[in-house]
Design a protein around this ligand. Structure first.
Ligand SMILES: Nc1nc2c(ncn2[C@@H]2O[C@H](COP(=O)(O)OP(=O)(O)OP(=O)(O)O)[C@@H](O)[C@H]2O)c(=O)[nH]1
Length: 280
């Protein structure tokens, strides 16, 4: 199922996330390592109400490894605990339970001071659609429970999942809406799969993508599309790629729609290699 985020849906998602806050000690904020800012929700601070929070850079396997380090430092400098994860393959997962416990240390110390036996730390995964919430829950639970899909908005309807002895995870994640106010953010969300394909324009999205990649990763374009030089002009770049990949209409002219979709699919499928689409 795909969610279209109307004001009513946003209000409902916010209400539900706030309700979940009452049950938990620590928030695990999941972001897409390829777009760590664009995949954050604008009202996360309001929703998490000062609860201890850590940031997971998920899909780190798809992002530029050097940029993963840059982004990690960026968030650490702001005081966050950051973990790079590939939820699909399970990389980085082991670091989560100890970090969650560390985040709840004030709560645990308080319980000990009161003479109570500390209970397991309760955590919630929070993030925008398609960022990998269900995949991460399954990984932490070490079994198939949460429903996983490759389309935005699959996660539905509360139980606790035991993760080792000292952590419990709410079995349903908090889903937040992505922010669309900035056009560039919209393009990044479209490219990484957080918004459904039907509602965006491939050509516009590919233009945005190619403009960025030709500056940030020109070698990737040269390699993939067999270019000796990367033209500065975006139409010329489209022409080169379209011709090289046979996206032509009758008369030998380049079919821009097909070229745009090809570039888009190449990125989505990882054929272009590991890319990060924004810098701090
Ligand atoms: N390469 C890679 N793919 C991932 C990773 N984590 C999740 N995915 C894929 O991303 C897609 C979305 O994952 P889900 O776990 O369904 O995402 P979600 O946040 O629960 O999605 P919604 O239900 O839409 O809110 C699936 O195709 C996953 O296989 C990761 O770390 N690396």
């Amino acid at each position: 199922m795909s969610i279209q985020w109307f004001p009513g849906h946003m209000a409902k998602a916010k209400r539900e996330a706030k309700e979940k806050m009452k049950l938990i000690d620590v928030v695990i904020e999941l972001v897409d390592a390829r777009i760590p800012l664009s995949s954050r929700n604008p009202v996360i601070d309001e929703i998490t109400q000062g609860k201890p929070r850590m940031i997971i850079l998920n899909k780190s396997d798809l992002a530029d490894p050097n940029m993963n380090k840059v982004w990690r430092k960026h968030f650490e400098d702001k005081g966050h605990v950051v973990i790079e994860v590939d939820a699909q393959k399970g990389k980085g997962i082991k670091g989560i339970p100890p970090a969650v416990k560390e985040q709840a240390s004030a709560m645990i110390e308080k319980m000990i001071r009161k003479g109570m036996k500390p209970r397991a730390v309760r955590a919630l995964i929070l993030g925008i659609p398609n960022v990998g919430k269900s995949t991460l829950i399954n990984r932490l639970a070490n079994k198939k429970i949460a429903k996983i899909g490759d389309r935005p908005g699959v996660t539905k309807s509360q139980q606790w999942i035991k993760v080792g002895k000292e952590m419990e995870l709410l079995d349903t994640p908090g889903i937040l809406w992505p922010k669309f106010d900035d056009e560039a953010v919209g393009f990044r969300l479209a490219l990484t799969g957080a918004i459904k394909e039907e509602i965006f324009d491939f050509q516009e999205t590919a233009v945005f993508f190619l403009k960025y990649v030709k500056e940030a990763y020109p070698e990737i374009l040269k390699d993939r599309y067999n270019l000796t030089e990367v033209p500065d002009d975006i139409v010329e770049l489209f022409d080169e790629i379209g011709k090289k990949r046979g996206c032509l209409v009758s008369g030998g002219l380049v079919d821009y729609d097909r070229t745009a979709e090809l570039v888009f699919r190449d990125f989505r499928s990882g054929k272009l290699g590991r890319l990060t689409l924004e810098q701090p």
